[in-house]
Design a protein around this ligand. Structure first.
Ligand code: LMR
Length: 401
């Protein structure tokens, strides 16, 4: 029986005292480090955000226009369901898959960013097959491993690229897929590989799609940079090819970069299934997982994307802005590659990132001696460059090498 004069439980440091101090995220920590650096000539090539020639990350004009329309016309802020904005999801289907012919075999929903899509997809795989292993080429986005680990799935890495030659290790990738157990998942970057910019060719996608189908592997494509590589359609070629080969696949989609909606956390998870009956079962699982994770995703950014995709003028304006972003990235790639033969590979790669072959102490020297901030892996955000920053970067690279 409990009495009021009962003695307190023996003193304990904290009821949460078993927690251990966690390291802060090394990539996101660069934001604070850069901000604190007083040097005027500092260059930020860290976290993956697009910057214009003036060094700003502007809100897309199409987004501003859609936001104005939303503000004027949105009739309610009442809850949506765990599936989020269904018009947003339906509008993205042809953007990603080329047309809507696969719609009946697709399950899926809006998610809080691409990260939410990856996490929900990982949880779905784990719920279906807790023994699944996820195969991924390395180096990969540093957050992939924690996301899959949190869902209970181990990530097994093979080589995606040899950074000393900047050549894709396609044989290593094929060998990894031959060694995988049927039912395992294969995590692939749809385009603009993060952190290397080294993408598969169409022929390589065909080979990967055929092999994954033959070996009974589950493709999971992370498509976070559509439109920043070659074009909206070319950047989705991998997804569309794999969808032709494989009866089932997952696609995690992010609108961070191609709509510039970073902090609004707008993403989607697509599940291709063999038939509409399977899609209904998968959908029910997705809804229950979403409800348990975040109940329903944030609305604003997805509503903005829906308005852009629905309106012909807004859509054309948005696509023109994506073209502008991509052209600037390509120009920066070509400009940097022209400055040093050791940087020639930069022009062959795609999207926001490439990885310089630098050891951690050289990355540190780039930061401390040259005020150039990049990820610890040597990854640089090409979209953080301007014409004036190309020569200082090339000079610093030559100096620390
Ligand atoms: C990046 O890789 O820099 C971006 O995707 C931002 C992030 O969340 O890591």
């Amino acid at each position: 029986m409990i009495t009021l004069d009962e003695k307190p439980v023996a003193a304990q440091r904290s009821l949460l005292g078993r927690l251990e101090l966690q390291p802060s995220d090394a990539l996101l920590a660069l934001i604070g480090l850069y901000a604190a650096d007083p040097r005027a000539h500092k260059i930020d090539l860290g976290v993956g955000v697009y910057k214009d020639e003036a060094g700003h990350t502007p809100v897309f004009a199409a987004v501003k226009a859609a936001e104005a329309k939303l503000l004027a016309e949105q009739p309610t802020k009442a809850y949506v369901g765990p599936e989020g904005d269904v018009g947003f999801f339906a509008g993205l289907v042809p953007v990603v898959f080329g047309d809507s012919s696969l719609r009946a075999r697709l399950a899926g929903l809006q998610t809080p960013g691409g990260t939410g899509a990856l996490r929900l997809g990982a949880e779905l795989i784990a719920r279906n097959n807790p023994d699944a292993v996820v195969h991924v080429g390395g180096p990969t986005w540093p957050n992939h491993a924690p996301i899959f680990a949190a869902a209970g799935l181990p990530l097994r890495q093979h080589r995606h690229i040899d950074l000393s030659t900047q050549e894709l290790c396609f044989d290593d990738i094929l060998a990894a897929l031959h060694g995988a157990v049927p039912g395992d998942a294969v995590l692939l970057h749809g385009c603009c590989h993060n952190p290397t910019g080294a993408d598969f060719t169409v022929e390589q996608w065909e080979a990967l799609g055929a092999l994954m189908a033959k070996r009974g592997l589950l493709p999971f494509i992370d498509l976070a940079y559509q439109g920043l590589g070659d074009s909206m359609d070319d950047d989705a070629a991998g997804v569309r090819i794999v969808a032709r080969h494989c009866p089932e696949m997952l696609v995690a989609y992010s609108c961070d970069k191609n709509f510039g909606l970073y902090r609004e956390r707008v993403g989607a998870l697509f599940l291709l299934t063999p038939d509409p009956q399977a899609a209904a079962v998968v959908q029910s699982n997705l809804l229950s997982l979403a409800r348990a994770n975040w109940s329903m995703p944030p609305d604003h950014g997805a509503a903005v994307v829906r308005l852009i995709l629905e309106g012909a003028d807004l859509r054309a304006q948005w696509l023109a802005e994506v073209d502008e972003v991509r052209s600037r990235i390509v120009a920066m790639r070509q400009g940097l590659a022209a400055l040093d033969p050791a940087l020639a590979f930069i022009a062959r790669q795609k999207g926001m990132f490439s990885t310089l072959p630098l050891a951690p102490d050289q990355v540190k020297a780039m930061r401390e001696d040259h005020a150039i901030y990049m990820a610890g892996s040597g990854r640089i955000n090409i979209a953080g460059l301007t014409p004036a920053k190309l020569a200082p970067l090339a000079a610093a690279f030559a100096a620390v090498r």
